[in-house]
Design a protein around this ligand. Structure first.
Ligand SMILES: NC(=O)c1ccc[n+]([C@@H]2O[C@H](COP(=O)([O-])OP(=O)(O)OC[C@H]3O[C@@H](n4cnc5c(N)ncnc54)[C@H](O)[C@@H]3O)[C@@H](O)[C@H]2O)c1
Length: 250
């Protein structure tokens, strides 16, 4: 932890799914979490995350913010850092899918997925890096995906964004290692969240058929790996992609 006397974490896409589970793993007294999301304004998921985190004694704040907006992200991260005296943990979790086969993939869907899933990590990481370097401490975890390593028909945009996350993770890990900042990625397989709930039954069955453990993963199973990577026990782990997929990819 840096010199400020609490642990400060920023989690992108924290209103639901894996992001919310990560916040719940981090949430405890002495921890302050700032999360963002981009749900419709009338969606109550973020309020529920706030309520759940407060119940665990965690200080928490949320904002509706598009992580692909470079300037907005820089202003946001600066605000969080100034208010709390620094940021210890960044989890780049926000992500979207816009699936289609290559021949039908719209340019707008390519651009949107690359912007929200990959450019966002650049935006947020660059924004926290300077202050983490100054405090000589930082933990950055990027949420990739098994399809970034395996590929998946109908997900060229998504797979490219997640493979990009892996290359980004390793590059930034090399740049920041000497300042005691670790940068790792977690690559989940098929996890039960709203993102996968909207898949057609056939696609869900196809995924399940590829998983030797024969079941989907739970957001909490991803969150516990993130919690380990930001802990002192993981101080010597950097530049790694931790796969978590029930054996779907080895
Ligand atoms: N669910 C899975 O099976 C699975 C597998 C591998 C990787 N992942 C990755 O895990 C991460 C979380 O996925 P999930 O399943 O919890 O998804 P989800 O759809 O349940 O939640 C996504 C979160 O990202 C936020 N978000 C979306 N667009 C945003 C934007 N432009 N700016 C800010 N926030 C935005 C949403 O508001 C929400 O909080 C994503 O990066 C996803 O690609 C998910």
């Amino acid at each position: 932890m840096a010199e400020h006397n609490k642990r400060v974490a920023v989690v992108t896409g924290g209103s639901r799914g894996i992001g919310r589970a990560i916040i719940m793993e981090l949430a405890e007294p002495g921890v302050s979490v700032a999360f963002n999301h981009y749900d419709p304004p009338d969606d109550i998921a973020a309020d529920e995350t706030i309520r759940m985190a407060k119940e665990k004694g965690c200080e928490i704040e949320a904002v509706r913010l598009d992580v692909s907006d470079y300037q907005a992200v820089h202003d946001y991260i600066k605000g969080v850092g100034d208010r709390h005296g620094g940021i210890d943990i960044l989890v780049n979790n926000a992500g979207i899918t816009r699936d289609n086969l290559l021949s039908r993939l719209k340019e707008a869907d390519w651009d949107a997925v690359l912007a929200v899933n990959l450019k966002s990590a650049f935006n947020c990481t660059q924004a926290v890096a300077r202050s983490m370097m100054k405090q000589r401490y930082g933990r950055i975890v990027n949420i990739a995906s098994v399809v970034g390593a395996m590929g998946n028909a109908g997900q060229a945009n998504y797979a490219a964004s997640k493979a990009g996350i892996m290359g980004f993770t390793k590059s930034i890990a090399r740049e920041l290692a000497s300042r005691n900042i670790t940068v790792n990625a977690v690559a989940p397989g098929f996890i039960e969240t709203e993102m996968t709930a909207k898949l057609p039954d056939k696609a869900k069955e196809a995924f399940l058929g590829q998983i030797p453990m024969g079941r989907a993963g739970q957001p909490e199973e991803v969150a516990r790996v993130v919690k380990f990577l930001v802990s002192d026990d993981a101080a010597y782990i950097t530049g790694q992609v931790i796969h978590l997929n029930g054996g779907m990819y080895m």
